[in-house]
Ligand binder design. Structure first.
Ligand SMILES: Cc1cc2nc3c(=O)[nH]c(=O)nc-3n(C[C@H](O)[C@H](O)[C@H](O)COP(=O)(O)OP(=O)(O)OC[C@H]3O[C@@H](n4cnc5c(N)ncnc54)[C@H](O)[C@@H]3O)c2cc1C
Length: 568
């Protein structure tokens, strides 16, 4: 069906979604001289990208050497090939590594967006050949949200865990300093709070921090670039159908203001509609059980609509059983799960099953911890939920979810909502009783941890044995920054689930981001990037920023490929 009389709107490129992948593709396509329409399902733009930490993994970017680091295509390729361990991905891996410089140049020169390589982030497998211990993860400079005009009101908010007190913006660097109590943490905290409250003119207008950081600054920078180029964005407009003829995809059906709008896309459709993490049925079909849509930290609109449409048109898929796993906890009153990123690495804590046993190196990567939870559960260990246990010393020094250290937020300050979430007891036995764990076993497990803390060696799971583990530990804690005694009452616990930041399996694409059918041929006019596409990272999670990086790079590549190929 391509009769122009049946179309309500015509554009060159139709982009589904408004996250990092979508907006990168939109701006680049406009720079390639194409008309672009961005269509977002929810009433807010930005997707999970806007809620995120905004860290983008760009190995061998030209900014690394400028920051004093060293990297090369050969090292990046070696690292990715070893960690991802999937020859089918080699062409995409090469396309990714070869395009990091192009992305940086595009963001800087065309969109006026600046990034800085972060000195604190280590690749998740630091001992693998080609790994780097700093600078591959890049962060976006903060942006003044007032420059967005009214669009700031429809920008999806940061996830509560990526803000100070749930509303003050902080950079990844600030967060690391505060959460690990690195030197200068008090000054950093004071500066952030003062900056927010002293912004009088804006405070009169809005509670929202206009200093956009992390994922907020990433998508805001792109949105500003899109606005300058006159790119139209429709909100509250889900794409419900891909329209194809016998050549390929030629448009979409959008639900808009209660009507079906048929949009013709003369040059192509780029799907950037996120994963299916919010779809219980699809989770049950594809992800390892048990699973639950409440355990994801991802954006509410991400229900896999376009994955299903791709399947209907004969697209192939990969890695549907995979997600960007992360141990999550459900804080009452918060709309999405929170991931435990730093908490699990800090000393004086452990994860146990319902039977009171440890089962994993708590300080290992998020993926490994979730795989550990699922494996323990499959082996009959009742680890869903698992319990994250810590003592008063931990509570005094470190944050856990929305609860700040008791030195600044003592227990009497906790609201009822938080007291419902945080279990507390004066002895480990009493805590065990509350959780339904055999008390003697929990005491024994904590006793083992206390021995490991003294010796500095976790004889069971080697927690704190790798550089990655230690980077989020407490550097002042000796001899091992991740190991501490759990011996000072009162004791605390929260429930932990095998959650995620989003799914990562989806439509099978090639190195040009073209969606492939089950025979391995591109479906003409159809591209995919971000979590709706099967990840170039396969089942691995090589580094922080390994989800936003590919979303943006393959968005750029898709826009370039469409730019080079003529109308059909
Ligand atoms: C707290 C948190 C921190 C994170 N930090 C990082 C980080 O620092 N670095 C990193 O790499 N990753 C991070 N992630 C993960 C990362 O944010 C996501 O993997 C990434 O944003 C996914 O991008 P995307 O473009 O695929 O989808 P999204 O950004 O989620 O965008 C998809 C959009 O498509 C829309 N959509 C869905 N269906 C339709 C439809 N039918 N029609 C129209 N629109 C539709 C959705 O509503 C959504 O707005 C984090 C995630 C969370 C939750």
């Amino acid at each position: 069906m391509n009769n122009s009389e049946t179309w309500h709107y015509t554009t060159d490129v139709l982009i589904v979604g408004s996250g990092a992948g979508a907006l990168t593709a939109a701006v680049r396509a406009a720079d390639n001289g194409l008309n672009v329409l961005v269509v977002e399902k929810t009433e807010l733009w930005g997707g999970t990208s806007a809620m995120s930490g905004g860290v983008v993994w760009l190995p061998n970017s030209p900014l690394i050497s400028a920051a004093g680091g060293e990297d090369s295509i050969a090292e990046a390729r070696e690292y990715m090939r070893r960690v991802i361990d999937n020859p089918e991905q080699h062409a995409r891996i090469d396309a990714y590594i070869n395009s990091t410089g192009k992305l940086v140049q595009f963001l800087n020169d065309s969109a006026g967006i600046n990034l800085t390589p972060n000195p604190h982030y280590v690749d998740m497998y630091p001992d693998v050949v080609g790994a780097k211990w700093q600078y591959r993860a890049h962060e976006f400079d903060p942006i003044d949200g007032a420059l967005l005009g009214d669009d700031i009101h429809t920008l999806r908010r940061q996830h509560p865990q990526t803000t100070l007190f749930g509303f003050i913006g902080w950079t990844a660097n600030d967060a690391t300093i505060l959460q690990t109590r690195a030197p200068g943490w008090l000054k950093t905290a004071f500066g952030l709070v003062a900056g927010y409250f002293l912004d009088f003119p804006w405070r009169l207008k809005s509670f929202r921090d206009r200093r956009l950081v992390l994922g907020g600054s990433l998508v805001a920078g792109l949105r500003m670039a899109a606005k300058i180029r006159g790119i139209t964005m429709w909100l509250s407009s889900p794409v419900t159908k891909l329209i194809s003829d016998d050549i390929g995809v030629v448009g979409v059906v959008v639900q808009r203001d209660g009507h079906e709008v048929r949009v013709r896309a003369r040059r192509g459709v780029i799907i950037a509609s996120g994963g299916f993490e919010r779809n219980t049925e699809l989770r049950n079909t594809y992800l390892p059980r048990p699973t639950d849509a409440r355990w994801t930290a991802g954006s509410p609109g991400n229900t896999g609509d376009l994955l299903m449409e791709g399947l209907r048109l004969g697209a192939d898929t990969r890695f549907l059983e995979e997600a960007w796993w992360g141990p999550t906890t459900l804080v009452p009153g918060e709309p999405q799960a929170r991931m435990l990123i730093i908490e699990k690495n800090l000393p004086g804590s452990m994860l146990v099953t319902r039977s009171g046993d440890r089962f994993v190196n708590e300080s290992s990567s998020y993926t490994k911890v979730v795989k550990g939870i699922l494996q323990a559960n499959n082996n009959g260990g009742e680890s869903v939920p698992a319990y994250f246990i810590f003592d008063a010393n931990y509570r005094k020094r470190y944050p856990c979810g929305p609860v700040y250290p008791s030195s600044v937020m003592p227990d009497w300050m906790l609201t009822r909502r938080l007291r419902k979430w945080l279990y507390k007891a004066n002895s480990l036995e009493d805590l065990a009783e509350k959780l339904g764990i055999p008390p003697r076993r929990l005491v024994e497990t904590a006793g083992n941890m206390n021995l490991f803390a003294t010796s500095g060696t976790d004889k069971m799971f080697n927690r704190g044995g790798s550089l990655y583990d230690r980077i989020y530990g407490d550097q002042t804690n000796k001899p091992n920054p991740c190991l501490g005694a759990i011996s000072t009452p009162p004791f605390y616990a929260i429930k932990v689930y095998p959650g995620d930041l989003g799914t990562k399996g989806g439509l099978h694409t090639d190195e040009f981001a073209r969606v492939l059918n089950v025979s391995g041929h591109p479906i003409r006019g159809l591209y995919a990037t971000g979590n709706c596409a099967a990840s170039v990272m396969g089942s691995a999670y090589p580094a922080s920023g390994a989800t936003l990086g590919p979303a943006m790079i393959f968005g750029l590549i898709a826009a370039d490929h469409i730019g080079l190929h003529s109308e059909f």
